[in-house]
Design a protein around this ligand. Sequence first.
Ligand code: PHE
Length: 344
Amino acid sequence: MIEELKQIGCESLEAISELESLESLEQFRVSVLGKKGKLSTLLKGMGKLSAEERPKVGQVANEWKNKIEAALGAHKEKLEVAALEQKILNEKIDVTLPSLKSYTGTLHPLTQATRQIVQSLSRLGFDVTTGPEIETEYLNFDSVNIPETHPAREMQDTFFMGEGVVLRTHTSPVQMRTMRSQSFPLRILCPGAVYRADNDATHSPFFHQIEGLWVDHGIRMSDLKGTLLFFAKETFGSETEIRLRPSFFPFVEPGVEVDVTCPFCASGSGKGKGPCKVCKDTGWIEILGAGMVHPELFKHAGYDDPKISGFAFGIGIERISMLLNGIPDLRLFYRGDVRFLNQF
Ligand code: PHE
């Protein structure tokens, strides 16, 4: 029996050194030292030995068992170290590889222009007010003194949504809504999308406006002019000057169109040094419409105070953004092309 023990022991020690994985090591351990393993099976025959032989055989069996266990333990450690090294090798990072670019979104240039305008005019005490894009014909037209017969109210110019309901053609109805729900003094800015049935390189059926309204006792044309000059200098630079030309809008009287000195060639003089595509060598660029609020609007607003007056102005946000960023085509704003949008 001692011979057989020696054989199992020697064979085992040899086999262990050749095992290549932790799984085969465990299988091997069970096959020799497990309950049904070779060693246990052999030792079951111990009962047949004589009383003197039994402790001797027992001792030898123990010695082999310890040796095998030690060999298993040592080999296991070796395999574990090798596995770890392999893992580290597999997970090695190549620091010379180019990194993955992360893309950050940007605010749409129209949002940026809106925010810039709001930010500068809010320094004069203007608050932002918004309203619905689907509007009643009354608030969009009648209440701001645009009569039934006005060409703007024809099917070709306005999107009619149903009986008495339109897509707002300007943000003036927001000003009217505010006057009808609040008392003056009022100093508000109404930014938002507006809709007109127009579509070419310089007109889009969907565009953005920001309109301003200041209503109080004793508001004069000079207040309007001062506000617009402030806006122009804030937006296009401190050299900028403005010029008011008489014009007609049903909701104001008198009404004006406002030009700024061309920021590209005239630098405040209003005399273009040309050649300039933006101002076509005139030195001036039209940027907005404005005027003193028509008394008719105060009636619709429910303000019956003889001393009340106010001014209003309407700015096209696309136009401002195009000028500030040198954007040549209005339609670029609405295509959602990231190559365009990423530039801002
Ligand atoms: N509501 C005008 C428009 O959409 C803009 C404007 C507002 C003009 C206020 C003058 C005064 O054309």
